[in-house]
Design a protein around this ligand. Structure first.
Ligand SMILES: [Zn+2]
Ligand SMILES: [Zn+2]
Length: 121
């Protein structure tokens, strides 16, 4: 009984932190939050896996790591090859993809590499 309620409380704490996020986040990002520091990584991973299964969260690969997001169903990622800095951006129009795909799109991931404006000067 005691164990079960503790697990429920931990889940609630994680859920609250996820609610505060506005962009992509990783399990490590959550673990770094002051309210979640006493919660084990395994618990956080378990929570995230469950949330993805339930459709509450979406998961993408970001720099060979898993990142998660609440609402967005696309992960658009630009990486500067000089510094490795990552910039996330949104695409408003995906008609160019629709024409190529024999079905409807529910999520997508786009990884673009190049030299950012700062490094190009
Ligand atoms: Zn990314
Ligand atoms: Zn750069």
């Amino acid at each position: 009984m005691v164990r079960a309620s503790r697990a429920t409380k931990q889940k609630e704490l994680i859920r609250q932190e996820v609610e505060k996020t506005t962009s992509f986040f990783s399990a490590a990002d959550l673990h770094a939050r002051s309210t979640l520091q006493n919660i084990g990584m395994a618990t956080i991973y378990r929570y995230l896996a469950e949330a993805v299964k339930n459709g509450e969260l979406h998961t993408y690969t970001c720099n060979r790591k898993s990142v998660y997001s609440k609402g967005k169903r696309s992960h658009c990622h630009f990486e500067c090859e000089k510094t490795g800095k990552v910039i996330h951006f949104d695409i408003d129009n995906i008609d160019f993809l629709k024409n190529k795909i024999p079905g409807s799109i529910t999520s997508f991931q786009l990884e673009v590499k190049g030299i950012c404006d700062k490094c190009d000067k």
